[in-house]
Design a protein around this ligand. Sequence first.
Ligand code: OOG
Ligand code: NI
Length: 303
Amino acid sequence: MSDTILNQVLEGLMSRYRERVPDVSGIVNAMVKDGLINKIDDIENDHIAFRTMGVPHLGIQSFEKIFLHYGYTKKEYFYFEGKKLDAYWYAPPTPKHPRIFISELKVEKLSPEAQKIIHSYTDEVIADPVDSLNLDDAKAVDHFLHSPLWRTPTVEDFNRLAEESEYAAWVIYNRYYLNHFTISVHNLPEGYNTVELFNAFLEKHGFKLNNSGGKIKISPDGGLLQSSTVAKMIDATFANGQVQAISGSYVEFAERKVLPQFAHLPASDIKREHRRDGFETGNADKIFESTYSEQTNRQDDGM
Ligand code: OOG
Ligand code: NI
């Protein structure tokens, strides 16, 4: 029923994201130029991700209502102790739609000072904003996803939060902007259809990869391999018109291997349901760092 609305909401998210993240067009153009695809729509979007603040009226419990309404199913829970984050992933209503990964900062685990800064913004939200949103109106949802929920932060608050949680600082400024989309590499032409091969293609074209924990993140079962670019810095305008460069969004790459019980199937019969599904805590923990200054400030060639 909401298939068209969902498609419109996803298209709205992707178009803002393409404008904000130059690596998206850069990578798509390189893929077309080298003959991996003919057009952007040939790319299979493995998943998209959002970040939220875990405070009353907001966080996962609020944000997820949008995608549950469009037929997504809530799946496994993940916990990231060091980063003070919770997350869930959501399975899409059809295999044509991307999975969704939603994380949330456990604000109550931060110092009293950081909590006070966050609440000075988020306390402006006095009721769950998704409850008053008409989820069957794609334009209204698109507008909601790209409108501020609280006043524009000051540079001082942003920098103070970043000292304690780079995730907190990212969300205070970027809110519900798409954090990344993810190119499925396993269905690309031979020579590009593994994360290892695709990373080589990306580096040949000058894209900088997140090397936290190694450039290829591998799940313990060996079935899910991921890599990501390092977010580029964007000039952000803060309160009182102050401008400071902060990290924007990034692009991720995923290779899902065929599950052992389907290994006998001919390659042409392999569908999404035959491959390793879901996410992996150890992989995700490092992928979060694609927007962290340790990665964005990196001067090395990534070796
Ligand atoms: C999400 C990081 C985790 C994955 O695929 O495991 C992730 C984020 O940076 O917000 O995307
Ligand atoms: Ni991801």
